[in-house]
Structure formats: C-alpha cells, structure tokens
Design a protein around this ligand. Structure first.
Ligand SMILES: Nc1ncnc2c1ncn2[C@@H]1O[C@H](COP(=O)(O)OP(=O)(O)O)[C@@H](O)[C@H]1O
Ligand SMILES: [Mg+2]
Length: 448
C-alpha cells in the first residue's frame, strides 16, 4: 500500500463526521418552545414506533480510490483526491522516463524495458528507486547506482535519490536442473593451473555476494575441494528421500569424492562408472534451490567432461589457464572440446598471472603475463589473478582466500572474476530471452 495523505482520516470511525452535525442542528439552544415541543413529539413518536424511527446506521467511511499509476513496475498508490493522483502519476512518469535513459552497462538495454525497476516512488522531493539486478554479484552495481541517481535528479521537483538493490538471477529457458538455475563448468587443459582454487573462490565469492551457490568437485581422481573448504573429514549422507545430502561450509553447498570414498584410497574406475558417478552427483543429490552450481572438472578433455555435457543443460564454461605457452595449448584444446559439445565458453581466467614481491613491491611476470589473450578475442578475459602466498595458505587452511583475506590483490582479482562471470551469465540469459521472444513473433507481420 502506498503513501496516502488521507490515511489518518480514513482510519477514524466513519460516523464521527456525520452525527455531531445532526445532533447540533436538532439541539441548538434558543430555537424556542415550538422547536422543543417538536423534538418532544418526535421522541414520543420514536418510542411508540421504534421500527420507523430507528437511529440511522453510521455512514460508511468515504470511499478511497485505488489507482495503479502507469508504468509496468510501479507500486499501487492509494490517494483520494484525483488532482494528487494526476500529480503523482506525472512525477512517476517523469521518473520512469528518466530511468529509461539508463542502460544496463553489460546488457546494453535500458533498465525499464529490462524490467529492472522494481519500485519508483517520489515523496516530498525524495525519490526511492529499487533496482532489481540480474545477479546479486553484479560487477557494475556502482555504475548503475551512479547513473540512476544522475538521471532521476534531472526530474523537476526531485531533490534527493535513494537507490536500493534487489536481485533475481535470470534464467533464459528451462533451469539446468529442477531448482538449479545455472550449471557452470570450470575447466582447464592441464592440472596444477589453479582450477580448483579458482572454482572454490568463485563459489565463495558469489555466495558472499548473496547468491545461492553449490560446488561439485567432479575431479573424481584428484578431489581437492573438500580440503580447500576445510571439510576433508566430513562424510556425505543420504536424506529421507535416499538422495545425497550436500555438505555445507562457508555459505555454500558442496559434494566432493573426498567426502564419499575412504581417505587416501585411489579410485580405479572405468568410463561407464565415472559416467554414472557424475549422473548421481548431479541428479541424485538434494542440491535444493541454487542460482549457480559450479563444477570443478578434472584436467583435460575426458569422460567426466563428456558425461556432464550429456547429463545436464550446462549454461557455460570457464577456462582456467596460466599464461605460458604449454598451458595455453591445452586450454585451447579444452575450448575446442566445449565448442564441439555446444557449451558456450563464458571467459578465461589467467591464474598465476604475475607475482608482486612482498618486500620490494616489484612485479614479476613469471610465466609471461597476458598470454591468455592469445586464446582469441572472442573469449572475455574474466581476470588476471597474481601468485599469492595467501591463496595457497588459505586453501591449505580450509578457508577460501576471498573470505580469509578479501583485500589482497589476488582476492580482489578473484572477486572481480566471480562478478564478471555472473555478468556474463546474465548477458547470455537475457540475450536468449530476447531471442526467444523474437522467435515467438509470427513469421509474417501484417501491416494494417
Ligand atoms: N594464484 C595462486 N597463488 C598461489 N598459489 C596458487 C594460486 N592458484 C593456485 N595455487 C596453488 O597451486 C596449487 C595447485 O592449484 P589447484 O587449484 O589445486 O590446481 P588444479 O585444480 O588446476 O590442479 C595449490 O597448492 C594452490 O593452492
Ligand atoms: Mg583440482
């Protein structure tokens, strides 16, 4: 219910405005004996005929007018005087018109037509705007806030703008799994390039931004996610529906082979066994409602990757590589595999990109920084993560670096990678939505 200047009057008993007036006109002093006897005879008649002279029932409260102001995303405002409503409607229209000049920086369409304005109201010159982001990990939130404020301040009568945010992760068509909006694969051509470290920190950063995140360690031969989350000794159990119950740590849900098999034992599985294990991890686990399910893949282009792309509707993949040529050659192979499996590559992360000497601050490009740009212009570089002692030590201590040391250059780079990835997922989802709505149009438009 919106603001109403008449709320206090509507709140009082409706009859109180009518009865004092009636009583006063009947009982006013100094109207003479005639009037008094009239009143007396009225009373007698009323007592003789209570049915006819019944006290009038209190009048109903004055009706209020429910007005839904124009604009697809506005609140309902209750206001009795039509003049006010017109004024408010004009103000609201002007604010929405101003907002329609602000583009989402990644989606390149305006906030109004993208349905991102959840609330727009003006009270006494103060505009309250609530923007519904397409992901809580929006990388350009600050820019959107600034541009919304600047645009709304151009509306005459607006002196202050309060911008607040909500978020609903967009999903183009069908969610990847029931309840799971996006499945994102983290792959690399090689082992040891920091894929698990990136996957764990991505997941923790997205969860810290407010997204609902799951992390599946699909590196069945070399699982390290459980250890990096400090849960190596925990065991996965079955719930009442006999589904695997994911474990929880640092605000995210996860399953790792390390939590299923006895510690220190090697798995000797052939392809079909791997395939059914992957299917169980995905389909027979009670993941619940998730915005993102991040999958840490084994290195290379093998059975697990193939099984995953066949089992579930994957949103996209992230390639982790180090900058040197030997790693890049394998990363290019991984990209080719995803292309053949029709999995979009959402971007590349260059890990161990450079090293900053802690004593001198001098930057060393140990492996040749920027090498991942050679992978091609068509894949966005989601970020360059430096070699950092905390990243390694925090992983061994079981707390993701983005949570344990969020202010270091490496953690800041990992947080940027997570937000850029979330941005890429939104772009993909909204573009697919758009393509879908265009394909729903009739083939031939008749001009009348
Ligand atoms: N940016 C980094 N700075 C320092 N150490 C890192 C960094 N990225 C990864 N590591 C360390 O490198 C080792 C291998 O990383 P890991 O994530 O297990 O690689 P992968 O999953 O690709 O095999 C781990 O000990 C990890 O802590
Ligand atoms: Mg790994």
């Amino acid at each position: 219910m919106g603001w109403s200047p008449f709320r206090s009057i509507r709140g009082s008993p409706g009859g109180s405005l009518t009865f004092p007036f009636l009583r006063a006109s009947f009982c006013r002093k100094g109207r003479g004996e005639k009037r008094r006897s009239e009143i007396q005879s009225h009373r007698v008649a009323r007592d003789d005929n209570p049915q006819r002279y019944r006290r009038p029932t209190p009048a109903a409260p004055p009706p209020t007018v429910e007005r839904s102001l124009p604009g697809p995303h506005c609140e309902r405002v209750t206001c009795p005087p039509p003049g006010f409503a017109v004024l408010l409607a004009h103000m609201h229209d002007a604010v929405m018109a101003a907002l329609s000049t602000v583009n989402d920086p990644e989606l390149h369409r305006d906030l109004v037509s993208l349905g991102m304005i959840e609330r727009a109201e003006v009270t006494g010159g103060v505009a309250g705007i609530k923007v519904k982001l397409t992901t809580p990990a929006c990388p350009l939130k600050g820019q959107i806030e600034r541009e919304v404020r600047e645009a709304v301040l151009t509306v005459p009568g607006v002196t202050q703008v309060n911008v607040t945010f909500g978020a609903t992760v967009r999903v183009a068509a069908q969610p990847a799994l029931p309840g799971v909006k996006h499945v994102l694969l983290v792959g690399s051509g090689k082992g040891g390039v920091g894929k698990s470290s990136v996957a764990v920190n991505l997941a923790a950063s997205l969860a810290a931004d407010g997204a609902r995140v799951g992390l599946l360690d699909a590196d069945v031969y070399g699982p390290s996610v459980a250890h990096m989350l400090g849960q190596g000794a925990a065991r996965v159990t079955a719930n009442a529906e006999r589904k695997m119950q994911p474990l929880e740590a640092h605000g995210l849900r996860f399953i790792s082979m390390a939590n299923l098999s006895p510690a220190g034992q090697a798995l000797v599985w052939r392809g079909p066994m791997l395939h059914s294990a992957v299917q169980q991890f995905i389909k027979d686990a009670a993941w619940g409602e998730l915005d993102y399910l991040i999958v840490d893949l084994p290195p290379g282009t093998g059975d697990v990757q193939l099984s995953l792309t066949q089992t579930v509707n994957v949103t996209g993949a992230v390639i982790v590589t180090t900058p040197q040529d030997v790693a890049l050659i394998d990363a290019a192979r991984a990209i080719d595999m995803f292309r053949k499996a029709s999995v979009p590559v959402l971007g590349v992360v260059e890990n161990m990109s450079y090293f900053v000497a802690p004593d001198t601050g001098k930057v060393y490009d140990l492996f040749g920084r920027g090498g991942s740009r050679k992978l091609g212009e068509q894949y966005p570089l989601l970020g360059e993560v430096p070699i950092d002692l905390d990243v390694r030590q925090d992983a061994d201590a079981g707390v993701p670096a983005v949570l344990a040391h969020p202010d270091t250059p490496a953690s800041q780079a990992l947080i940027r990678v997570a937000r850029n990835l979330a941005g890429q997922v939104s772009v993909l989802a909204v573009n697919k939505e758009l393509a879908q709505s265009l394909s729903d149009l009739p083939d031939q438009l008749t001009v009348v």
